[in-house]
Design a protein around this ligand. Structure first.
Ligand code: NAD
Ligand code: MLT
Length: 308
């Protein structure tokens, strides 16, 4: 059995795969190169960089399993894989804490202007007034998507004294009450929040969930964070709302196209950005690499994958 690892994967995961399979680690393949090579492999291990399109799947004559080291599977054509009998597995939970911590780091950096103040001081300025921030204490945080990451953020930001509202059509009021927070409608979140953070998958329902019309009903001076997927918040509409001062700032880790060359958000000083770092910690990378290897090996042995 042969597995192609086409995005960087922690050594621990590669070693686990090597216990039962022949492993090729070949990253940065062009779409054409991936189509050309995939026919030789029984399994494919990816992160978010590799796009497993219908063309890749059509060429994958031997492929039995696609293993995503991470949560989001929006870079895989699941319908095409399913039609061909290829199992798609991911690793929920392995990067939850890292993604939650990164979101909180982004929120606090935004509230206190840390990236701009850092750049200004290193450029030789000493400007304390310009970088006056806001407290998160006593402010309302709206969480859209109360799954693993959303829930970890809720419990941590409660400790900061925030009032927390969450919208998630698949979560019960009891679950929210257990977390000590309240479920709200999307409209309530938009109208009442000082900070809004999104933690849904990217689906046809969540693409452009926050667009021109939603910005119109938000509190003036609201701050937004997207450490989930590019496109949940419409990038042009957000850039415009920041430029017009209706939104005080945004913190963005993920983009519709990565790397985001030419993205209008990069032109706004009020938008702080990181290059899809939510899961980029030593701990999370080992967790997801080992978990994806276990999932792939189980499928290769003809067993049910551990997360099935
Ligand atoms: P999860 O599946 O535990 O939670 C997602 C939640 O979104 C679920 O509770 C679901 O009910 C909810 N949801 C689905 N559709 C919705 C909708 N239309 N409106 C509101 N809520 C909706 O996943 P998770 O582990 O919390 O991860 C969430 C997302 O974060 C992933 O899908 C992934 O795209 C992204 N992510 C990004 C990074 C990063 O590096 N930046 C790291 C991990 C995950
Ligand atoms: C995920 O969906 O798990 C994240 O985007 C993290 C990653 O791909 O590294």
């Amino acid at each position: 059995m042969k597995v192609l690892v086409s995005d960087p994967l922690s050594e621990e995961g590669v070693r686990k795969l090597e216990t039962e399979m022949e492993v090729d680690v070949i990253t940065n393949l062009s779409p054409e190169e991936l189509v050309e090579r995939i026919k030789d492999y029984d399994a494919l291990a990816i992160r978010s960089g590799t796009k497993v399109t219908a063309e890749v799947i059509a060429a994958a004559d031997k492929l039995k399993v696609i293993g995503r080291a991470g949560v989001g599977v929006d870079n895989v054509d699941i319908d095409a894989a399913t039609k061909k009998g290829i199992i798609v597995v991911n690793t929920p939970g392995g990067n939850t804490i890292s993604a939650a911590e990164h979101t909180i780091a982004m929120m606090l950096s935004l509230a206190r202007n840390i990236p701009l103040a850092n750049a200004s001081l290193k450029a030789g300025e000493w400007n304390r007034k310009k970088y006056t921030g806001v407290e998160v204490y006593n402010k309302t945080l709206g969480i859209v998507g109360l799954g693993r990451i959303g829930a970890e953020i809720a419990s941590r930001m409660k400790a900061f004294g925030m009032r927390i509202l969450a919208y998630d059509p698949f979560v019960t009021a009891e679950r929210a009450a257990d977390l000590g927070i309240r479920l709200a409608t999307l409209d309530e979140i938009f109208r009442e929040s000082d900070f809004i953070t999104v933690h849904t998958p990217l689906t046809k329902e969540t693409r452009n969930l926050i667009d021109e019309d939603q910005f119109k009903i938000m509190k003036p001076g609201v701050r937004l964070i997207n450490c989930a997927r590019g496109g949940i918040i419409n990038e042009e509409a957000l850039a415009k709302a920041v430029a017009e001062g209706r939104v005080a700032g945004a913190a963005i880790d993920v983009f519709t196209k990565e790397p985001p060359a030419g993205n209008p958000l990069l032109d706004q000083a009020g938008v702080i950005v990181t290059p899809h770092l939510g899961a980029s910690t030593a701990e999370a990378q080992v967790n997801v690499a080992v978990a994806v290897a276990e999932q792939i090996l189980a499928v290769a042995r003809g067993e049910l994958p551990p997360n099935a």
